[in-house]
Design a protein around this ligand. Structure first.
Ligand code: ZN
Ligand code: ZN
Length: 506
């Protein structure tokens, strides 16, 4: 009944009550306009809860329908099958959807049928003029609607924030009444802000409090315990720093584990020590702890070497020769699924992604903390801000949908990459027995001709690592090398990035 046209005045009156909402556009009826603005249903399939309005299309679409109704401009008009529509290209509104310039297909079809209907007694020029006038009005309306939406979004965010503030101060007051020290309650505030008891869009009252009271008490108890833990973890990190300073001469120091790696390492006593009491203060105990940390660092490195060697040999059975450590070989290059970089041992021990430090590091860390039950482990991750080194963990949650089977973050690139193997052979080396450090010492430079007058010059690491498509290298060219050595920004005689240079003999 409410969609009937004769009661449009009712809708118009209702609309007056919505502050700042632009007037009903000419191409929509009052009820249709009200439906567009207030009814959060998909206009394609009636699915509920579609928040976003595409004003250019005067429609709301769910993720599935948007793909059908909003069509990419370039893709559509490039298709010869759509050539009948090409003259209407400039007569539809465009909008960027999923970073693609798109238009509303039903609008184009409507326009086409209007033109077909009037073709016998209308001129194209008049039609275009009329449509352009219509587009201009429409554009202005779209802009006004977007402006209106932005303003109500701001208001809504402010409202939500004030509700949250009310909830936090209500909870804090109650916790103080329960006897928690003021300092602890203050310290817990930041964490409270993100807790699900606070993130509710309803002010809190006594009735609501009685429902969440028990959850918050256990939240506070955990918080107090983890705070004590955090202080101790911080102290442990300081001691580890001192051990580092004492061992600056250690050739492996660049690959040393971090605080989180050591504390969560299997078979160490740190968990028992840090959860039972404060760290030692007398000198002999303190020195004993430092010696223990030094031993555990060595053990950690040894464990990781073994783990990697085992993983590599499992990944490619019978690929590497026996009696030599595969991870040292030049053909053993890892490929990181997360950042798409190529890495080798031992750099893989400090690769960021393997500690969850990816582009979405906060989400990864948060998920990792949620997954762990143990309070000590949670406190370690929270204090350190990264996860312990692991080949398997941190894409698991993110990629679950796409690759349910895939849990190892790195894969080997060597056997499929002819570029890598050719590069080593070109240097007169056997790729299956040559180690990375030998190549580093030789540091050969390669040239790759891309046109008649230019060539790319690169260090050997770049040649085997950075180029993903399999390039066929031209012969090792002394002239290019000499030239590039003079002009490229080398660091300590090593070329580590890719440079384009003009060949000097042209
Ligand atoms: Zn839909
Ligand atoms: Zn990575």
């Amino acid at each position: 009944m409410l969609m009937r046209k004769d009661i449009a005045w009712l809708w118009a009156e209702c609309r007056q009550n919505v502050e700042g909402l632009p007037d009903c556009p000419l191409h929509l009826s009052e009820p249709a306009y009200a439906d567009l603005v207030f009814n959060k249903r998909c206009h394609g399939c009636s699915k509920a809860g579609v928040a976003k309005v595409i004003w250019e299309a005067s429609a709301r679409y769910c993720d599935e329908c948007v793909r059908v109704q909003m069509v990419g401009v370039r893709h559509f008009f490039k298709d010869p099958a759509n050539s009948v529509y090409s003259r209407f290209k400039k007569l539809v509104l465009t909008v960027t959807v999923d970073s693609r310039l798109s238009f509303h297909k039903p609008d184009l079809l409507r326009l086409y049928s209007i033109w077909v209907g009037m073709e016998e007694h209308g001129s194209w020029q008049d039609f275009v003029m009329e449509q352009n006038g219509r587009l201009e009005v429409l554009r202005a309306h779209v802009e006004a609607c977007q402006e209106w939406k932005r303003s109500i979004d701001v208001v809504r965010t402010e409202e939500l924030q004030s509700i949250r503030d009310q909830r936090v101060s209500f909870i804090k007051a109650r916790l103080l009444e329960l006897g928690y020290p003021e300092a602890t309650v203050e310290a817990a505030e930041a964490k409270l802000q993100t807790s699900k008891q606070v993130r509710v869009s309803k002010p809190l009252d006594d009735k609501g409090w009685s429902r969440i009271c028990a959850q918050l008490v256990s939240f506070m108890d955990d918080f107090e315990q983890s705070q004590v833990c955090e202080d101790r973890i911080q102290k442990f990190a300081d001691i580890l720093d001192e051990v580092r300073k004492d061992n600056l001469h250690d050739p492996d120091i660049r690959w040393w584990p971090g605080t989180a790696d050591l504390l969560l390492m299997q078979g160490t006593s740190y968990r028992a020590r840090l959860t039972s009491g404060p760290l030692p203060v007398n000198v002999s105990d303190y020195l004993e702890l430092k010696a223990q940390i030094r031993r555990d660092i060595g053990q950690w490195l040894e464990n990781k070497r073994e783990e990697l060697e085992e993983t590599v040999r499992d990944m490619k059975e019978d690929f590497f020769p026996i009696g030599i450590r595969a991870i040292d070989l030049v053909v053993c290059v890892f490929y990181c699924d997360s950042c798409h970089q190529r890495i080798r041992f031992p750099e893989i021990l400090v690769h960021r992604c393997l500690r969850g430090l990816m582009y979405n590091r906060y989400r990864v860390l948060e998920q990792e903390i949620q997954q762990r039950e143990d309070l000590f482990e949670k406190a370690v991750l929270e204090t350190c801000g990264y996860c312990p080194w692991s080949l398997t963990c941190y894409v698991r949650y993110l990629k679950q949908k796409r690759h349910p089977q895939q849990t190892i973050l790195v894969s080997l690139v060597s056997d499929i990459d002819h570029g890598l193997i050719n590069t080593i052979i070109m240097c007169g080396k056997d790729p299956f027995y040559t180690k990375w450090d030998e190549m580093d010492k030789r540091n050969p430079v390669f040239s790759l001709r891309n046109t008649n007058i230019t060539a790319k010059v690169m260090g050997w690491r770049c040649a085997v690592s950075a180029l993903r498509s399999v390039p066929v290298f031209t012969k090792y060219d002394r002239r290019v090398r000499r030239h590039s050595l003079m002009r490229c920004p080398f660091k300590h005689g090593k070329l580590t990035t890719l440079h384009s240079v003009r060949r000097p003999w042209t």
